[in-house]
Every structure is written in C-alpha cells, then in structure tokens.
Design a protein around this ligand. Structure first.
Ligand SMILES: Cc1ncc(COP(=O)(O)O)c(C=O)c1O
Length: 392
C-alpha cells in the first residue's frame, strides 16, 4: 500500500500505532524511545492528557469556521502568543513554509510602501533551510534543494553565517529584510553566535532593514526561551513559528513587531485553515504549558543533561557535540542513516528501540519532547553508544 504514496521520503521500516509521553509503540508491539518529537512537533510528547482533552472537547463543539468570522478561541491563541513572544500581531497559517512566505510578503510590502521599487531583496544565509515552496526554496541557501525546480522567485542573496563583514557588504540599499534561523537545524544544528545576531540586528535597525527570524524549529521554548534569538538579547521585526506550536495539530504563525504589525491589510494575505478552532484549542494548551512556572527553564536543564551525557561517552565514532536546549547534534565518523536503522533494534534483552534524526550525512540530531525524563535521556544515550560501537 505504501507504493501508492509519492516516493518523497526515505522511510525507516517501522510503523507506529500508539504513543505515550516519550514512548511510541510500533505495529510489531515493540516500544521505541522518541528523541525526534515528529521533527520538533510533539513538544508535549504523545497522548498528553491535557492536549488530548482540549482537542476532543473542541472537536465535539466546533472544528472549523472560516476567517470571514471572528473566533474567540483563535483570538485567545493569538493573545497568548503575543504575550509570550512580546510581539504585537499574529497571522495564523498551517506550516513553516507558509509562515515564511507570509514573512517575506510583509518584508516586501513594508519596503515597497516606504521606499518604492527596487528595495526588495531578502538576505538569507548559506546553509539555511526555510521550506519547500518555490519562494521558501529560493530563500533556502543550499544549492542541493534548488536542482530541478527553477526558475525561482527573484531577489534572494545568500551570505556566509556568522560573518558580519559579509552582511555589511550585502546591505547595499537594495535590501528589505535579513532572514535567519538562530540555529541552522536542517543543515547540521549550527547555532549562530549571539554576538553575530546582536550586531546583525543593530545593522538592520540602523538601515531600516527588517530583522526576521525563522523560529519554525527553534521557537516554542525548544532552546529554553520562547524565541531562540532571545538568548542574544535581540527582538525581531518579524518571526515565524510552526512545528510544535499546536503540539501536533498543523499550525504556523507569522508574528509582527511594532514596525510591521500594520503592513498587511484586508485582502493582502489569507489562509483557509489558518488559526482554525481545533489548532487554536491545541495551541492554547502548548502556550499555557510554556507559560507555566519553570517550564522553559526545565527544557534548558534537560538539554544540558543531554549534552553532558553525550560528552561523557567514551565513543571514538563521535567527533563533535553541539546544541542549545533540547536541540542537539553530534557528528559521527560513519554515515548517519545506517545508525538510525540500527537504533530501531533492541540492543539489550527486551530493550526498546530509539528514534533519532539525521541532519546531514554524518550528523545525528536530537529533538526529544519537553516532557522526557532524565532517565529516558540516559537510556537513549546508552543505546546510542552501543549502536555506534556496533555499526561498522
Ligand atoms: C527552520 C525551518 N523553517 C521552515 C521549515 C518548513 O516547515 P514546514 O515543513 O512546516 O513547511 C522547516 C522544516 O523543517 C524548518 O526547520
């Protein structure tokens, strides 16, 4: 039956039927420890009782009304998001690519209205990833994603990350926005330095170029702060979110600061499903959790625990370890894919499998749910150690 699906993904040979916290159960009845959260989506883990209750309750009342009308639950979601993020206005959509499209449209219109034609360029970074639509692929500074899909939306320039001189040179009067991921996750979990982000934000401010952050993977508290860029003490003009925003129900958002909050006017932009009641009900639970006392500090502490456990390993196949909060990676001497396959097996009698991600050919990526326990982290790292030692 899988033959009927377009063959767009390399899929590992396991199919899940049940989830509970940081554990998944396969259709073979085996348990797997989940260090992936559905690629940073199931941030509260699987089957979280409050999330499930909110979704069930909302589904029984009202799943969707269009954006022709007001919606109390979507308004509440937006209000909570603005409060937690410190941003002024929110546009809801359904995915990261769609949020980034919205952000790019805001930057283009802001510049066009204020400065007229010719100041529409968006600078992004080499090694970045911003999505799979034609425009967000154009924003993505990795050639390998571009092959076969041109021509692309014009007006994107890529510069090397963490290079302020390159940014200074690129800001030549033709630029509407500078758009960055605070941690380049898909290309290997490479954080931008706080010093770089701070100076970049200042340069943008000086030239009225919009400072835009793609927090689709790094946001929603994953690094221990609601926005990852807050570690650098910077405030974006535009930020985008998706992935874990509604804990597993598709949701994305474009968040605008004071400068940009009134750029889009009625008719400029829209989304049929954006901010739908079911997504809003789920998102409200995620935001309530993130706002609860000590919740984000615990994410940072769990992240430190994970990194420390990795560093304590005596494993000659691991060459480098890096991360921020509950996004981490390690470079390994062998190809990542066979390791991911090996991890599915149980390495002890009756043991669980482990789900991990890759980020590049020889990089393993860790994105566990926020509710994972220290014991589960220890179990997963011990499992990884064994798998690496037994993979040629
Ligand atoms: C930083 C970043 N931006 C955008 C996207 C695209 O998100 P989506 O797949 O929801 O369109 C991703 C997905 O991995 C991402 O990591």
């Amino acid at each position: 039956m899988f033959d009927v699906l377009m063959q767009t993904y390399h899929r590992l040979p396991v199919s899940f039927v049940y989830g509970n916290g940081a554990l998944l159960t396969g259709n073979d009845g085996r348990e797997y420890l989940d260090f992936t959260s559905g690629i940073a989506v199931n941030c509260l883990g699987h089957n979280h009782p409050e999330l499930v209750a909110a979704i069930q309750e909302q589904a029984a009342k009202l799943i969707h009304v269009s954006n022709y009308y007001q919606s109390d639950i979507s308004g509440l979601f937006a209000g909570r998001l603005a409060l937690l993020s410190g941003m002024r206005r929110v546009f809801f959509c359904n995915s990261g690519a769609e949020a980034n499209e919205g952000a790019i449209k805001i930057a283009r219109k802001y510049s066009f209205k204020k400065y007229g034609n010719g100041r529409h360029k968006i600078i992004t970074l080499k090694g970045s990833f911003h999505g799979r639509t034609v425009t967000t692929l154009a924003a993505t500074g990795q050639e390998r994603f571009h092959t076969n899909f041109g021509p692309f939306t014009e007006g994107f320039t890529y510069i090397p990350p963490n290079d302020i001189r390159a940014l200074e040179e690129a800001l030549d009067g033709s630029v509407a926005g500078f758009f960055v991921e605070p941690v380049q996750c898909e290309s290997g979990v490479n954080p931008l330095s706080d010093v770089y982000l701070k100076r970049a934000a200042e340069l943008c401010e000086e030239q009225d170029v919009l400072f835009m952050v793609d927090e689709v993977q790094t946001g929603m508290g994953r690094t221990g702060k609601f926005f990852c860029c807050s570690h650098a003490g910077v405030k974006p003009d535009i930020a985008t979110l998706a992935k874990g925003l509604a804990g597993g129900i598709p949701a994305g958002a474009v968040l605008a600061g004071e400068k940009t909050c009134d750029v889009l006017e009625p008719g400029d932009h829209g989304s049929t499903f954006g901010g739908n009641a079911l997504a809003a009900a789920a998102g409200n639970v995620v935001l309530q959790k993130l706002n609860s006392e000590g919740f984000m500090a615990e994410i940072a502490a769990l992240g430190n625990h994970l990194i420390n456990r990795l560093k304590e390993l005596d494993n000659e196949k691991i060459t480098q370890i890096r991360g921020r909060g509950l996004i981490a990676a390690c470079d390994i001497k062998v190809d990542a894919w066979p390791v991911l396959e090996r991890l599915l097996g149980s390495l002890g009698p009756g043991g669980r499998g482990l789900l991990l991600l890759s980020a590049g050919q020889k990089t393993l990526r860790f994105l566990p749910p926020y509710i994972i326990s220290r014991e589960q982290i220890d179990e997963g790292i011990a499992h990884l150690d064994k798998a690496l030692k037994t993979t040629a």
